[in-house]
Design a binder for this molecule. Sequence first.
Ligand code: MV4
Length: 461
Amino acid sequence: MFKKVLIANRGEIALRVIRACRELGIATVAVHSTADANALHVRFADESVCIGPPPSKESYLNIPQLLSAAEITRADAIHPGYGFLSENAEFAKVCRDCKIHFIGPRPEMISLMGNKVRARNAAREAGLPLLPGSIGTVKDPKEAEAFAREIGFPVILKAAAGGGGKGMKIVREPHALAQAFSTAAAEAVASFGNGDLYIERYVEKPRHIEIQVVADEHGRIIHLGERECSVQRRHQKLIEESPSPALTPELRQQMGEVSIRAMEKLGYNNVGTIEYLLDENGRFYFMEMNTRIQVEHPVTELVTGIDLVREQIKLSSGEPLQRKQEDIQMRGHAIECRVNAEDPVTFAPWPGKITAYSVPGGYGVRVDSSAYENYTVLPYYDSLLAKLIVYAEDRPTAIRRMQRALGEYVVQGIRTNIPFHRAAMAEDSFVEGNYDTRFVERLLASETGTHRLKKAIEETP
Ligand code: MV4
């Protein structure tokens, strides 16, 4: 097992990793920018190193600084968390060259999944179901049109280097293809420095379902069921739950089994998440794979009883998986609300000082956060303030528990999206479990949704 882990991250995930390390008897090193000197992850770690000024590029993304910090503190492993360098194959390679364990899969896996065209082809060869589309990149509008005629409209153009929705264009009519192609390519160049595009059939009103896989370094792989992540706005997830109200036990088993088989073929070797689109007929299609621990991992932890970060660290140190698939049982229901420092109506970031702070608690409530009273939410980083996660024996009870916990949460001095979550938990389609990726759009366009949101804002202390 590792003796000392450096956490190349900040905020709640840095704390989450520090907690897992402490329970494993591993010493921890926090790194921080000058702006984060008072952050909780710095206080809770055994040691800390300042790695640069506030902008991420000069601190949390600064590879030479991070490796120097690991070297001077004699850390034998680096946990990248999520975001920042967590899916940077170059960073994973440099760690390997410096003989420091990168806690994650092999760099080759990160780089494969980072290119969506290569990932798509690897997924196909590994037996994952794909939407009809191009085998590789489409080089010009003419080629795109030939594919589109074969697939049928609507189609979607996606950036090969993309992910997270940038450089995506939906095309509903043949005459709109040429224009969409040049816009998507230009956007892709601007965002990723690579204008390569591919094309797929477009799925209307899909659900976003992802399968959690856990693989050791010795070829053993299990899955921990799914997370439903369809409540998103501009490709930012807001609410996640497990299990998904859309899956039957049969579909869950099928999605789990094909995911495991594919990971075996690819030789995957850490925790990972396979994202699928689920269409209205209950068919699922590979979308992308994430090679990191994800923000929403706690909902899986609560329904399976498995500490994913602890497992991830153990797997990276070469320990074999102890559990077999038949040992895994999903029980009860978990929901996560991402509490962001942002305006609840416009979603504009709202950094500033928290003047009063009180967190919910009680039976079945978990809060993963690095916020505290008098803490200042900084403008340089993402606006995630806390993950409020509830667990209950069934979904209706979990929704009631989430409403209760949201009602206990006091955050003064800044704006948060807690009122949005109160409105979402009361929305019929959410309560019925009958929602898709357009949920937020519909809530904000509906009379009852906006009325509930307004009331929730008024009732916020
Ligand atoms: C799609 C799609 C419909 N059809 N692909 C959005 C982010 C990127 N990872 C892929 N995305 C989508 N790909 C086809 N063929 C719809 C989306 C999409 C979406 C997917 C998951 C969750 C929220 C979404 C919101 C808008 C669009």
